[in-house]
Structure formats: C-alpha cells, structure tokens
Design a protein around this ligand. Structure first.
Ligand code: HQG
Length: 183
C-alpha cells in the first residue's frame, strides 16, 4: 500500500475541509459537513486522483490513520478539527476531562505566558487528552517540544467553554495562562 499517496490524499482532504472548500466549489454547512458525493467529485476534479478517490478509499485512509481527522455521517463528511475557514464551525459544548495537554515550541512560551493560548491561524485552540499526543503535536514545531498541562476542570468551572473535536482532541476559544503549567 502506498503510504505516501494516502498522506497526500489526507492532506488535500484536510485542506479542502478545514481551510479552503471555496477553491473546490464547495460550501460547508454550519457544522463543517459537506455532501460526500459532492466532495468526491470536487476532489477528483481538482486532483485527478488515479485511481479515482472513492468513499471506500477515504474510509480506508481514515481507518489506517493515527488520528481521527474526519467523520462521515448521513452521506456527509467533515473535518473534526483544525478549521480556518471564515465562518466559525459550530462545535458541541461538553465537559472536558479534568486535565488536558498542549504541546508547543519553546520559542512560543513567553508569548503564551503573556496572552494565554490563542487560536492563531485556526478557529479554536487545540488541546490533547494525553501527553504522548501533545508531544507529537509539539514536535511539528520544536524537536524538544514544551508540554503544557491545562487545568481544564478549573477553567471549565470558571466558565470557559470546551468543545469536542474527537476522543483525543478538545477545542476552546482561548486559554488564559493561569490555567497552564509547563511539565
Ligand atoms: C501556538 C494537528 C504564541 C500554539 C495537531 C501552536 C493538532 C501561540 C501554534 C492540530 C500562542 C498554532 C492543531 C500565543 C498558541 N503566542 N504562540 N499566544 N497561542 N500558540 O497548528 O495546536 O495533524 O494552529 O502553541 O495534531 O499546534 O493537522 O495548532 O504551536 O491537533 O490533523 O501557535 O493540528 O492535527 O499552531 O495543532 P496550530 P496546534 P493534524
């Protein structure tokens, strides 16, 4: 199986569903879903996948992936997190685990200390349920990432909303630094 090709397809799916559906002539609904058949047509039209991208191929890629990035439901598909599209994608509010983690680069720590965690280029701040995941998220930006522990229980008690991404990824609008502790 060609792993590289699967990664390429997955990245294009993320690009379309998180960042630029417009370029594909697609419009996400308020929860970020788009009709799966329309999505397949647009992806194939744009990238000329050989063989053609099918629902089965997408399911196969989703199954083989280390991260749950997409969801297929009622004939529609969405990205579960990571969005930067202009209209805010609605996420379901929920009670987070008591503790969450965020992996980042050491060079960002001074700014995070001052401003808290901000969504930066995305719609939400992304938090991980476990340290290993936070570590791998942080490694995208720093070989030896800083791991921040988030006192989600206190933040939630103080009125900060949390939203579900998937079982391992939680989202929030921002996270003041008083709830962050480097570990
Ligand atoms: C940092 C991947 C300075 C923040 C991952 C992060 C994740 C600040 C960067 C998902 C800051 C933004 C998202 C502040 C936050 N000052 N820097 N005040 N507040 N930052 O990529 O969380 O593989 O937008 O620490 O696994 O790294 O694509 O967010 O380093 O789940 O599916 O600004 O993307 O998933 O970076 O990653 P990002 P993220 P996929």
């Amino acid at each position: 199986k060609d792993k590289r090709n699967d990664v390429f397809i997955s990245k294009k799916m993320s690009y379309c569903l998180r960042h630029n559906p417009d370029k594909y002539g697609l419009q996400l609904d308020e929860y970020g879903f788009v009709d799966l058949q329309d999505f397949l047509k647009a992806m194939n039209r744009m990238h000329h996948f050989q063989p053609k991208l099918t629902e089965m191929k997408i399911r196969e890629i989703m199954q083989a992936s280390d991260k749950v990035r997409f969801e297929i439901k009622n004939g529609k598909i969405c990205a579960l997190y990571g969005h930067s599209v202009p209209g805010i994608i609605k996420r379901q509010k929920a009670t987070p685990p008591d503790v969450l983690y965020h992996g980042t680069a050491h060079r960002f720590l001074a700014s995070i200390e001052k401003e808290g965690l901000l969504p930066m280029g995305r719609q939400y701040v992304h938090l991980s349920t476990d340290i290993a995941m936070a570590e791998s998220v942080g490694k995208r930006r720093d070989q030896q990432p800083a791991i921040l522990m988030v006192d989600a229980k206190q933040a939630h008690a103080d009125g900060i909303d949390f939203y579900v991404g998937n079982d391992e990824v939680w989202l929030c609008d921002q996270m003041p630094s008083k709830y962050l502790h480097q570990i």
